[in-house]
Design a protein around this ligand. Structure first.
Ligand code: KIV
Length: 294
């Protein structure tokens, strides 16, 4: 029997997701798992869209995988807006989630709304922010301003110093219950989905069962309502550190190094460019310049 082409599952044009539709997606109701991947520019957005991802997260992981910083604390609202706009220009068939960077939603409600509006004007359709109950006032204000919010709890990278490193959270029963309470509060406040990062499988399942909005896991096991991975990890572009929860589907770093090395060899040997890769002028024009056989 002929094999079903791989693209058959991904290329059929699906309806673009919106925030209210996403908020209803629960696997317990028989819905498909949500697929989210990060992207930071137009080519990445086209790849995510053509691959059939439901959501693109313009994550503040931008800081680490694109801009070369050691943590996510260095990116600004302007950085995030710049990259969100690049993603949006590709008009992907995916819901675009813009990450609010560190200190953009911590100071005041006014600043939070202004910063979120900057991301929405750049093309985000939902904003994501990190933290549980202590972020409720900001979340409620954003939702009140008609801005859909995605929560993010567990290993929240913007808290790297407060956590003492990038450490799995909720390993102890008491901490796990705190996370369940955080998730319930975020769902109750109106978050349209909650990212669960770096928490034990059983805790992610407890949270997923406890809330009626979808959970989207990264390093949170298979029981979430969706999964998210960083683009550079999926494609093997980032090879310096590969967390346990990452599955690589390609090795583009090696493929890229090989390709550029081949180009360098061809330039040095004179094999590039060849005749077909060069422009030519008409013989009579060349003759007029005294150049024969241009
Ligand atoms: O910035 C990011 O890429 C994220 C995901 C890891 C969830 O927040």
């Amino acid at each position: 029997m002929a094999e079903t082409p791989k693209s058959a599952t991904t290329s059929a044009k699906k309806r673009k997701l919106n925030a209210p539709a996403m908020a209803m997606r629960k696997r317990v109701n028989g819905d498909d798992a949500l697929v989210m991947v990060t992207a930071y520019d137009a080519p990445g957005a086209r790849v995510a869209s053509e691959a059939g991802a439901d959501l693109i997260l313009v994550g503040d992981s931008l800081a680490m995988v694109v801009l070369g910083y050691d943590d996510t604390l260095q990116v600004t609202v302007d950085d995030m807006a710049h990259h969100t706009a690049a993603v949006a220009r590709a008009k992907p068939n995916c819901l675009i989630v813009g990450d609010l960077p560190w200190m953009s939603y911590h100071v005041s409600v006014e600043e939070t709304i202004r910063n979120a509006a900057t991301l929405i004007r750049a093309g985000a359709e939902v904003v994501k922010l990190e933290g549980g109950r202590k972020r409720l006032a900001m979340i409620e204000a954003l939702i009140d301003a008609e801005i859909p919010v995605m929560g993010h709890i567990g290993l929240t990278p913007q808290s790297v110093h407060a956590m003492g490193g990038f450490k799995v959270q909720g390993k102890r029963a008491e901490a796990a219950l705190e996370l369940v309470e955080d998730a319930k509060a975020l769902a109750h406040a109106g978050c349209c989905a909650i990212v669960l990062e770096g928490i034990p499988v059983k805790v992610a399942k407890m949270i997923t069962d406890a809330v009626d909005v979808p959970t989207i896991g990264i390093g949170a096991g298979p029981d979430c309502d969706g999964q998210v991975l960083v683009y550079h990890d999926v494609l093997g572009i980032e090879d310096r550190f590969v967390p346990k929860f990452v599955r690589r589907y390609a090795d583009l770093k090696s493929a890229s190094v090989d390709a550029v090395a081949q180009y360098a060899d061809d330039v040095r040997s004179g094999a590039f460019p060849n005749d077909a890769e060069s422009y030519h002028m008409a013989d009579d024009e060349a003759d007029a310049l005294g150049l024969y056989g241009s």
